[in-house]
Design a protein around this ligand. Structure first.
Ligand code: HEC
Ligand code: HEC
Length: 330
């Protein structure tokens, strides 16, 4: 299968030193082609979810070089995602979670077409999550398994009409696991009740996403009333501190929290939204955080471009933290 403009394996900014301290699970025998999973119906490139896959959205997503993403959850027939609390849910054997990355040619007018780059999967087998990504072919009719990572050139026009491009990085399986690990096991990151606890539009109607998923028998478990939510960092009606903390959670906390990848986890840097400000490291090290963000040094893997909006959001917030001094809770 021809892969458009995809060059050989490499890691972010020459960071080929990525490591993993545990065996990456191999309990899923990944098929060569993505079509084997039956995630889509009709022409695959239309990305129409099949009857057994449900689309979900996150209040605060990960930034990946401005790519657009479609997120799908495919549960084995008759099973549910069982919610325990705001952070935890149980997924049955055979669950497939898929995230497809694409670039509209023109962000102002998506009807002008798009290029689908990759579909990342997490598949539940024998109690483990298995990671893999599939790179889409030029004809956009299917995608091929790729565990070693790759680079591919993408161009797009921004909503304000600027031409942009990058050498987009498709992560290797080791790169996947630097982010997707907790206590030395592969883990989901975004698919938590608190990040899914947001309003979405379905069939033209605004609806609470968790209620919607419950009504479609995708979700089961606790009542949904007591669940917390991760506020959307793009929602300007939330105050600055809340938006910035949510951004840091969604884009950094998978590496900067106590049970994360050992090379990243530090006791003095815990960027989870729920961590009390004095315990995050933000008040002690606003300059280090600012430098890490504005230099593009962080996030350590997963991007080639700086997220201009996200970085300026956090920098504005860090300014207020620095001027308020140490030890104040927000
Ligand atoms: C830079 C860190 C990072 C890397 C590298 C990364 N991911 Fe993720 N991934 C995330 C975050 C954060 C989320 C949740 C937020 C979102 O979906 O935007 C996520 C979400 C996902 C999801 C949806 C389920 C979930 O956990 O929320 C899948 C599937 C997935 N990633 C697979 C992969 C695979 C496979 C790779 C490697 C090819 C990979 N990811 C590489 C950070 C990363
Ligand atoms: C894939 C994991 C990963 C992600 C995601 C990540 N980091 Fe890091 N971070 C690291 C590692 C590893 C180090 C250790 C420094 C090194 O080895 O270069 C580090 C170090 C740091 C440091 C300390 C730098 C210093 O000078 O001591 C700061 C601050 C930081 N990261 C902020 C962030 C911020 C902010 C984000 C989100 C935008 C982020 N990181 C996302 C892995 C990550």
């Amino acid at each position: 299968m021809a892969l458009a403009g995809v060059s050989s394996a490499c890691d972010n900014r020459g960071r080929d030193q990525l490591d993993v301290d545990f065996d990456i699970p191999r309990s899923e025998d990944f098929p060569a082609l993505l079509s084997a999973y039956g995630l889509f119906e009709g022409p695959m490139g239309h990305l129409v979810p099949s009857a057994t896959a449900v689309e979900y959205e996150l209040a605060s997503p990960l930034f990946t070089d401005y790519s657009h993403k479609q997120r799908l959850l495919k549960l084995p027939e008759g099973t549910t995602m069982e919610v325990f609390d705001s952070f935890t849910a149980r997924f049955p054997e055979g669950t497939v979670v898929a995230k497809t990355f694409y670039y509209p040619f023109d962000f102002a007018d998506e009807s002008r077409g798009r290029e689908i780059i990759e579909t990342r999967l997490l598949v539940r087998r024998q109690g483990d999550w298995n990671v893999a990504t599939y790179i889409w072919n030029e004809a956009q009719t299917d995608a091929a398994l790729a565990l070693d990572g790759a680079r591919t050139h993408v161009d797009w026009r921004t909503a304000s009409g600027a031409e942009r491009s990058t050498h987009y990085e498709i992560p290797s399986e080791v790169a996947c696991v630097t982010c997707h690990q907790r206590d030395e096991a592969v883990t989901l990151i975004g698919l938590t009740p608190r990040n899914m606890n947001t309003v979405v539009v379905r069939d033209g109607v605004e609806i609470d996403q968790l209620e919607y998923l419950q009504s479609r028998a995708v979700l089961s478990g606790l009542g949904l009333e007591g669940l917390t939510s991760l506020p959307a960092y793009t929602n300007h009606s939330n105050e600055l501190a809340i938006r910035a903390r949510s951004y840091l959670d969604a884009n950094c906390a998978h590496c900067h929290s106590p049970r994360a990848w050992k090379r990243a986890a530090r006791e003095d840097l815990d960027l989870r939204y729920e961590t009390a400000l004095p315990d995050t490291g933000i008040v002690d090290e606003p300059r280090a955080l600012r430098a890490a963000l504005t230099s593009g040094d962080m996030p350590y893997v997963g991007t080639t471009l700086i997220d201009d909006e996200g970085v300026s959001l956090v920098v504005d917030y860090l300014d207020t933290v620095a001027s308020r001094g140490r030890g104040r809770a927000w």
